[in-house]
Design a binder for this molecule. Structure first.
Ligand SMILES: Nc1ncnc2c1ncn2[C@@H]1O[C@H](COP(=O)(O)OP(=O)(O)O)[C@@H](O)[C@H]1O
Ligand SMILES: [Mg+2]
Length: 619
């Protein structure tokens, strides 16, 4: 056994001990931890880790990140100040704690300790969902099987909710839990990958003996696939070869007779058809069983045409499953999450607003942004030790100056899954605001507007990045659809992915197209044109557009807006060469004076009327 701090890695029982408490880890996170602990004090690259854990299979490095997050949570490790797992950005990981050989039979060895499941961190803002799941657990006790799909964006908290629900059900029904993770790329190669993980866990759990016996008699092929030969002699050899879903369903139902059984399928968007068929059968069978299937899938990664969607819709229609769609956390829940993470009731002022705004309520983004603020010393403890309160040390950074690397690493793999044309389309869309019209994307890329609109539509149906947001009629009578980014951070990452020169080209093309479409009515779009020219570093045209916008504001008697626009154009004029600047500065200054005078004149009658009002009220 390897020991580090209060933990011991038990390789024979494939679990972790903290003092006398047993912590059961799913096989892959356990394997990751084992590899790290067995190779302490040196850099382990992503490739080395992936090769060690998935030899001969390509697996997205993103998977490692998820496992590291989980392991850190279990170990209570702080990535900003790691005691165990240190991330070396873009390179890999290093297990930094001293590791010692522990005596299995020694005093610290957990002789006959009771197996506990770990208490998951408290989930915030999911009270309604947990109440709903509690009601289902009550029905389960009467033999009504349940199937629940928990869906939502990546990082929205599907796994966290399922863990909390399992904990709740274990407490209510003392149920057995086993979970299987579907992994991108693996499900195609290994049939029933997640199911086998579940069976392996069941056979190694407290009900392991019963599970093995039931599988041996009712579903021997499944047991054989685990590498365990059924000991029963009267079984036909053929039945140990073919893994029939019906056999497994019956075996699981049998197992659930003694003790309620919770099967968790994580990230079903990566499941293959065989796994989906098994879940379908488990959900549809009518035999009473204290069996619950909790399945999560990322609504972002499962396109509208994914077989999983069809399965879920059919089950919903026949009332054979329920779906819990997780929405972003409300601001109060974000505040609770921050209190929990920082272990202090009152959080630094403004932190909740900043993180809520940038994360848009996605807990994964909240936590990543919080870690960033801590790593970069925007937040620090009052005193160096861990008892100090957290306080703000510097104004929080603007996302436009750079999305934290940890977030880029979360979002980038999703972008890379798209084909190159789709990536280009989204990059062009990021040149605008969160909401963008398809015609402007076509303009930025010099593509056919109709084809671009079709491509945007396809992206809205099949990807996580954008959704349709209405349509508008252009001055030339054509109709154009609008789309919106699902998250502001996606737009930022896509924007920052591009080279400055490519962005500049796109910005100028959009501004020119705006000018063309609204010819004679540029006043309406001058501000937007100015924004694009400024982003492209085309200072002269930016100044011109800002002055046009200011003139328009002046005509509407929006004098203070006009003054602001002119002041901004003065600031931009600084970048022009001397000759151009000298001419323009004088002109802008006199326009600014006019706007200010108009502001004053407009104010006077108002002041006067206030005084008059005051006079009458006083009498
Ligand atoms: N409601 C919640 N309360 C507290 N923490 C949460 C909540 N939802 C998610 N988290 C945390 O946010 C991170 C991402 O959540 P996770 O459940 O892994 O997302 P998903 O499974 O939807 O991709 C995890 O660290 C998780 O513990
Ligand atoms: Mg998850």
């Amino acid at each position: 056994m390897k020991q580090f701090e209060s933990f011991r890695l038990d390789t024979s029982n494939e679990c972790l001990w903290q003092n006398r408490v047993q912590i059961n880890l799913p096989p892959k996170p356990f394997a990751v931890l084992r590899y790290l602990v067995e190779n302490p004090g040196r850099l382990i690259s992503h490739d080395e880790l992936l090769d060690a854990l998935w030899p001969e299979t390509y697996v997205q490095p993103q998977v490692l990140r998820t496992y590291m997050l989980d392991l850190r949570k279990i170990l209570g490790d702080d990535p900003a100040c790691p005691r165990f797992i240190q991330t070396l950005p873009k390179r890999g990981y290093c297990f930094v704690a001293p590791v010692m050989e522990a005596d299995v039979a020694g005093a610290t060895a957990p002789a006959a300790s009771k197996s506990h499941s770990t208490v998951p961190d408290e989930v915030v803002g999911r009270e309604q969902e947990l109440i709903r799941l509690k009601t289902l657990a009550e029905a389960l006790a009467c033999g009504q099987r349940q199937t629940v799909f928990v869906t939502g964006a990546n990082g929205i908290g599907k796994t966290a909710l399922v863990e909390a629900a399992c904990h709740q059900m274990v407490a209510m029904l003392s149920a057995s839990v086993a979970s299987g993770q579907c992994v991108e790329g693996l499900s195609k190669k290994e049939e029933y990958y997640a199911v086998m993980e579940i069976l392996r866990q069941l056979c190694a759990s407290a009900v392991g003996e019963t599970a093995t016996r039931i599988l041996a008699t009712m579903a021997p092929a499944w047991l054989a696939a685990l590498g365990r030969e059924p000991e029963v002699s009267n079984i036909e050899p053929r039945s140990t070869q073919l893994r029939a879903p019906g056999d497994l369903c019956r075996a699981l139902e049998e197992l659930s007779k003694e003790k309620a059984l919770i099967l968790v399928f994580e990230d079903l968007q990566w499941a293959n058809d065989s796994t989906l068929e098994l879940i379908s059968a488990l959900a549809r069978r009518r035999t009473p069983a204290k069996l619950v299937v909790l399945a999560t899938y990322s609504s972002h990664c499962a396109s509208a045409e994914h077989p999983l969607r069809t399965l879920k819709q059919d089950l919903v229609m026949h009332r054979q499953c329920i779906e819990l769609v997780l929405s972003p956390l409300a601001k109060t829940a974000v505040r609770q999450l921050l209190s929990r993470e920082l272990s202090q009731e009152a959080i630094p002022p403004g932190l909740d607003t900043y993180l809520y705004q940038h994360s848009e309520g996605n807990p994964l983004f909240v936590l990543a942004l919080l870690r960033h603020l801590i790593c970069e010393h925007f937040l620090r403890r009052e005193c160096a030790d861990s008892s100090g309160r957290w306080e703000q040390r510097a104004p929080f950074p603007d996302m436009e100056t750079g999305v934290p690397q940890e977030l880029v690493q979360l979002i980038d793999p999703e972008i890379e899954r798209l084909n190159p044309t789709e990536q280009r389309i989204l990059e062009a869309a990021s040149l605008m605001r969160v909401v963008f019209p398809a015609w402007a994307v076509a303009a930025a890329l010099e593509l056919d507007p109709a084809e671009t609109e079709e491509a945007c539509d396809k992206l809205a149906r099949r990807s996580c990045f954008v959704h349709r947001a209405g349509h508008d009629e252009l001055p030339d009578g054509t109709r154009s659809d609008f789309y919106a980014f699902a998250h502001g951070l996606y737009r930022e990452v896509l924007y920052q992915k591009q080279t400055a020169s490519r962005r500049a080209k796109g910005h100028v093309r959009i501004a020119e197209r705006l000018g063309g479409l609204f010819a004679g009515r540029e006043d309406n779009v001058a501000r937007e044109m100015a924004m694009h020219y400024e982003a492209a570093g085309n200072w002269k045209r930016a100044v011109h557009a800002l002055r046009t916008a200011a003139r328009h504001a002046h005509q509407r008697q929006a004098y203070s807006e006009a003054a602001q626009l002119l002041q901004h154009s003065l600031a931009i004029a600084e970048y022009l060469n001397d000759a151009e600047r000298n001419v323009l500065e004088g002109e802008i200054q006199s326009e600014l004076d006019m706007a200010r005078t108009a502001m004053e004149t407009k104010k006077q009658p108002a002041n006067l009327s206030e005084e008059i009002d005051g006079f009458w009220m006083g009498t």
